[in-house]
Ligand binder design. Structure first.
Ligand code: ADP
Ligand code: MG
Ligand code: MG
Length: 247
């Protein structure tokens, strides 16, 4: 599904990714762990197409197509979802407006029929109920006045509605209490654990991996993957620290 080969990327004139290769197949959950400053967020931003992050060498294909040639909205329409640590607040725009606009824009880009208002409300209510978010909250402005846990539930509802093929979640677990962590874990498992979907979890700590068991764990250090293994590698990192394992 995602094939990254020898990726080099820079931001603000500084080379951050230096030959990163990674293959993610449908049905797999991968975790990338690494010390602060290793380039984890740079990888997420680069794959998402964020302005200011420039690829200088290497390639990334998504379902066989050149991901790096696509605009950010085209990457989303192709089935890429990015989640970040700090959800954005959008005063004046309700969750329902935001989500319906995003979903229908993606459907248009794929040449699919858009959902009517009624169809969309039904879908949104069903997703909110499935993920334990009071559907009434969908009428409120995006994330404004939401608690940390509510923001995470809303993000999972967003992911459920957009139904991406690949979710890249960058430290989405940082600063969460146990209840919110469980919400994120259940959301990822419910929405994304499927034979035709895949997940890339970027995390500094292994505790989210107690809820979402990865098939593969990779260590990112110095802008490339320096070690790969199974779930046990996350426990080894937690026990021994990055310096030891990445050396
Ligand atoms: P991580 O997510 O693993 O903590 P980042 O990808 O955020 O690492 O950062 C990798 C390196 O790139 C760090 O040295 C960081 O200071 C630098 N960096 C990231 N974004 C920028 C930016 N916008 N401007 C300048 N330096 C940046
Ligand atoms: Mg960081
Ligand atoms: Mg980061």
């Amino acid at each position: 599904m995602l094939q990254i080969t020898d990726l080099h990327a820079e931001t603000a004139g500084k080379t951050i990714l230096q030959g990163l290769s990674l293959q993610i197949n449908a049905g797999e959950v991968h975790a990338i762990m690494g010390p602060n400053g290793a380039g984890k967020s740079t990888l997420a931003y680069t794959l998402g197409g964020r302005p200011g992050y420039e690829v200088t060498a290497g390639s990334a294909t998504f379902d066989g197509a050149d991901l790096l040639a696509l605009e950010p909205h085209e990457r989303a329409a192709a089935g890429l979802f990015l989640g970040f640590q700090y959800p954005v607040e959008i005063p004046g725009v309700s969750n329902l407006q935001f989500l319906r606009t995003a979903l229908n824009a993606q459907k248009r880009a794929r040449g699919e029929a858009e959902l009517s208002g009624g169809e969309f409300i039904k879908l949104a209510r069903a997703q909110a109920n499935a993920l334990g978010l009071d559907p009434e909250m969908l009428k409120r402005p995006v994330n404004v006045g939401f608690s940390g846990g509510e923001k995470k539930r809303a993000e999972m509802v967003q992911m459920g509605i957009l139904a991406p093929k690949l979710a890249i979640l960058d430290e989405t677990d940082s600063g969460l209490d146990i209840d919110a962590l469980r919400v994120v874990g259940q959301g990822i498992n419910t929405i994304m654990r499927a034979p035709d979907k895949a997940v890339l979890l970027i995390t500094h700590y292994q505790r989210l991996l107690d809820y979402v068991r990865p098939d593969f764990v990779h260590v990112l250090a110095g802008g490339r993957i320096v070690r790969s293994g199974g779930p046990e590698l996350a426990l080894e990192l937690e026990r021994e620290g990055y310096a030891e394992v990445a050396a």
